[in-house]
Ligand binder design. Structure first.
Ligand SMILES: C[S@@+](CC[C@H](N)C(=O)[O-])C[C@H]1O[C@@H](n2cnc3c(N)ncnc32)[C@H](O)[C@@H]1O
Length: 336
């Protein structure tokens, strides 16, 4: 099935076959994708015919997973699409006034305000499909899909940036509808801190935390705060008014700073000690390969490492694209 990819930071889309090849050598029925991000790994495991539990503490990642992994059958019908585009008298003007001139045109901002009001009238699964589509539309209309800067920097005349929000939204609906399929299993999506996921009856946990490195920060909220706020229409998200980007406060996680990362991995392996563990990590990452093997060995009898070379095309700044800091080995640490 075609999965709607994005340029999500740290997405494993480019090395999916390396991951699924490794997983196919392991016996399991139920897998947890504990840090789902773009959702592409959980989706690929669903395609392998396994039961998938997906989790990410970001709401927009959760809606993608609910729409494509938990959801086995529901699509947005042409009637739903018409309803999503209708003028809604209850629509507020929050985006148009709060983000005026920052990321999108007034027309696109009003489209977002109106569409969110329409989305609120949908059933939960359709709501996830529509929110995933709307977030995708917003990301497609930003250079590199991020919200760390305002204005027109990086607007190079690409078709994606020129398309209206409405056109992007309609494209995204069709992509998400096409991605819906059934693996005849009860898959589940959560939006929790990893340590709040029910950790019983999971045969295998796939772990893909933010990579701590000396080259760039790995703050997902800083990059994707706009789509994150959009999913709750900023009801549960406090904007930091002093920031030019009007970003929301970053979610706490021990996985984004070198000082706490090693202990966080230890805590994570302890939490999932009853499951087989597969960890994605890069050669730029802290802890390094040897430390990671040592830590995993504290919890698992058999540990081995698979590796592949990979160049990330995601740079924090444009000039970093393709430079050697983005050329890394990708590891899969397997603990059985
Ligand atoms: C490297 S990305 C995952 C990429 C994903 N495997 C993909 O291919 O798109 C890491 C993800 O971990 C999430 N995350 C970070 N800390 C978390 C925590 N404590 N609990 C749950 N999710 C967390 C981030 O929101 C981010 O989406």
């Amino acid at each position: 099935m075609p999965f709607p990819n994005t340029k999500y930071m740290g997405s494993k889309q480019a090395i999916l076959s390396f991951i699924t090849d490794t997983l196919s050598d392991i016996e399991f029925d139920t897998a947890l994708d504990a840090f789902s991000g773009s959702g592409c790994v959980g989706y690929a495991i669903k395609e392998m015919g396994k039961r998938v539990i997906s989790n990410d503490h970001m709401r927009f990642a959760y809606h993608i997973a609910k729409a494509t992994i938990e959801n086995n059958s529901t699509k947005l019908s042409p009637h739903d699409t018409d309803q999503l585009l209708k003028k809604n008298r209850k629509a507020k003007h929050f985006i148009r006034s709060t983000f005026k001139g920052l990321y999108f045109s007034d027309e696109d901002n009003s489209f977002l305000d109106n569409t969110v009001a329409n989305i609120e009238e949908l059933s939960p699964v359709k709501k996830s499909l529509a929110l995933a589509s709307l977030c995708r539309a917003c990301m497609k209309k930003r250079p590199r899909g991020i919200f760390t800067f305002t204005g027109n920097k990086g607007f190079d005349g690409r078709k994606d940036l020129k398309m209206s929000m409405k056109e992007q939204f309609l494209d995204a609906i069709s992509l998400f509808n096409n991605a819906v399929f059934s693996n005849v299993l009860r898959n589940k999506a959560y939006c929790l801190d990893v340590f709040d996921i029910p950790n019983k009856a999971i045969d295998l946990v796939y772990i893909d935390t933010p990579y701590v490195s000396s080259h760039s920060d790995c703050d997902y909220t800083r990059r994707y705060h706009f789509v994150e706020g959009l999913c709750s229409y900023w009801r549960d998200a406090e904007i930091q008014e002093h920031t030019t980007t009007k970003k929301i406060k970053s979610y706490p996680t021990d996985f984004k700073v070198a000082k706490t990362a090693e202990d966080a991995f230890r805590k994570l392996f302890e939490y999932f000690r009853d499951s087989k563990i597969v960890v994605s990590y890069g050669s730029n990452g802290i802890p390094n390969k040897k430390r990671m093997v040592d830590i995993l060995k504290e919890y698992k009898k058999k540990v081995h490492v698979e590796e592949i070379s990979h160049t990330y095309c995601f740079g924090n700044q444009g000039h970093k694209k393709g430079n050697k800091n983005n050329s890394v080995k990708e590891y899969l640490f397997v603990g059985i």
